[in-house]
Design a protein. Sequence first.
Length: 248
Amino acid sequence: MSTKHEIDTYSKLELGGTFFLEESFRYLHSALKSEFASILFLEELNSIEPSTEDRKIFDKTYLPDNAVGILQSKIPDILTSETTNLISNSWQKSQFRAETEKHKFGLNHRIDSIEILGHLNNFGFFIETLVNRHLLFLNQTGTIDEFSYARISISKIMERLIYIFKADLNNNKVHLNEITNLFSLRNKTVHFTPDNAIALKPKISELIQIWSQSAKIIAKFEHKEKFNEESFSKRLEEHIKEIKTCWT
């Protein structure tokens, strides 16, 4: 049995898992609040009528007809200060309402807010931290020998999971399709290309499926580990319940 890692290692991994879990859902709540604020702001904008002076200014304003040209241009004021103030006040009002009012999204709602990057990254790190800890446990309890542990512990995350659950996967007792989707989404955040920036809009239902499968996988870790700590699977289930109650 390896003695390189003692109780402090497990403690650090537990703290890391806790941090990544809490951060992931903090970002998700922030993302959904931003989505709600945008809906409210659009409603506010629809109630603002541009004045005759606004229209005159806009008609005389030239803007390039391509993205690069716009980004390279100094955009002039195209609205009167009165209308600009109305828009600014509407934005502040929308932000306040999003913090104080409730809103229910449909399960097919796609989250477009940039804060979704924080959720997907941190939730992926959360799963990976618990997988790493479980592999260490399997090694230190003699289930995985030193040679196999040295090889599998540096492999890709899905390879690690397939190794851990190879018997259950063969017997169709474990499914990893949603976990695969999670790391596919996280890869889009790591490689934030122009195409990925547009494509990364996960549905709420898609995230719920990922979380639910993750909770089952973590519960299987906990069944073997029997660590005397607050259950990660139960903590995750509480977060799922909170999202469903607050936002769906």
